[in-house]
Design a protein around this ligand. Structure first.
Ligand SMILES: NC(=O)c1ccc[n+]([C@@H]2O[C@H](COP(=O)([O-])OP(=O)(O)OC[C@H]3O[C@@H](n4cnc5c(N)ncnc54)[C@H](O)[C@@H]3O)[C@@H](O)[C@H]2O)c1
Length: 307
């Protein structure tokens, strides 16, 4: 991939740029932000790690949306993060206004790009971006499930003492509070996690994963999470730019899958060249289906609040 633009050079944008450059996932990363001088400063700081990591990806910053021209992929991390005590929905209206302006810029300057939405509430904003652009759903995705799954895997690693790299988890549904963890598909090197952990421990882990973002926010106090979010976006970009056809839980527009349509929800997706290749439809149990439907209802409630 030649060029990736990251709109929003805040904490998540900076970490994402760092991971993309370090893994040389594209030749050029450009950070765009409305704050004067900030994207330029962030870009310099990130590029000055090149001698340590040995990457040749060029990193630049700009306040001019035109800088995203020719980008094959645009990551949107612009917007207000939550403050302690706030829910993702509390930042809805402000972030919708920011998103609308950015989507218009993307359509003007990078009309062929693949979009990855990170700003919250990510399910609602991904849906909004898809509606505004009118693009094929292959090109409009959101990041949530990769992060929720990695949080759950980390907690399982902490509880069992096993290497995190051997742990596979699958989380569907809305981001965070309304996520739907599929324990049946959570394994440690192929062995169901239920072999190692009691029902009680798993319940605790699920609850902690649901509140994973809030826990970090409460501890960090002055910022919400950004290290694992940046790594999660990089995993999606890696799958797309290297055409890996990875199966990752992402926010995608549903067109009848899981009994839902005209909504963006976290589902297992195959990512490769061109973005979303397909949505994998799993047979859910009655309990999982009910949780998924509740999660969809909560996303729809937020979509309905939009002006
Ligand atoms: N989906 C996820 O898993 C996930 C995880 C973490 C954070 N987030 C979300 O990502 C967003 C960013 O979080 P953060 O911690 O980086 O916040 P931050 O405050 O550090 O950065 C946000 C940046 O957006 C910029 N911005 C605002 N309006 C803009 C515009 N119109 N054009 C360009 N830039 C603009 C700001 O100047 C700021 O630099 C938040 O909405 C947060 O909730 C999502």
């Amino acid at each position: 991939m030649d060029k990736v633009a990251i709109v929003g050079a805040g904490r998540v944008g900076e970490t994402t740029a760092q991971f993309l450059a370090k893994q040389e996932l594209c030749r050029e990363v450009v950070l765009v932000d409305v704050r004067e001088d900030v994207p330029q400063g962030v870009a310099l700081d990130v590029f000055q790690t090149a001698p340590f990591f040995g990457f040749d990806t060029r990193v630049s910053g700009s306040n001019d949306p035109e800088a995203m021209s020719r980008a094959e992929l645009v990551v949107i991390t612009a917007g207000l993060p939550r403050k302690p005590g706030m829910s993702r929905s509390d930042v809805l209206q402000a972030n919708v206004e920011i998103l609308d302006g950015i989507v218009a810029d993307v359509q003007r300057h990078a009309p062929d790009a693949i979009l990855i939405i990170v700003s919250n509430p990510v399910d609602v904003l991904t849906y909004r971006a898809w509606r505004l652009t009118g693009w094929d759903r292959r090109r409009v995705l959101g990041q949530a499930g990769v992060l929720d799954s990695s949080r759950m895997a980390s907690f399982i690693a902490m509880e069992t003492g096993f290497s995190a790299r051997d742990i596979t988890t699958m989380v569907l549904g809305g981001h965070g509070d309304t996520m739907v963890p599929l324990l049946r598909f959570c394994t440690i090197n192929g062995i169901p996690v239920t072999h190692f952990l009691s029902e009680d421990s798993l319940e605790r882990i699920i609850e902690r994963t649901r509140n994973g973002g809030a826990e970090i926010l409460a501890l960090r106090k002055i910022s919400s999470a950004y290290d694992a979010p940046g790594a999660s976006v990089a995993a999606m970009v890696d799958a797309i730019s290297r055409d890996r056809r990875r199966l990752l839980p992402c926010v995608a527009i549903l067109q009848g899958e899981y009994g839902e349509r005209d909504i963006a929800m976290g589902v297992p997706c195959v990512l490769g060249d061109g973005g979303l290749d397909s949505v994998v439809e799993l047979e859910l149990t009655d309990a999982e289906s009910a949780e998924f439907a509740a999660s969809a209802a909560s996303v729809r409630k937020d979509v309905a609040r939009l002006t």
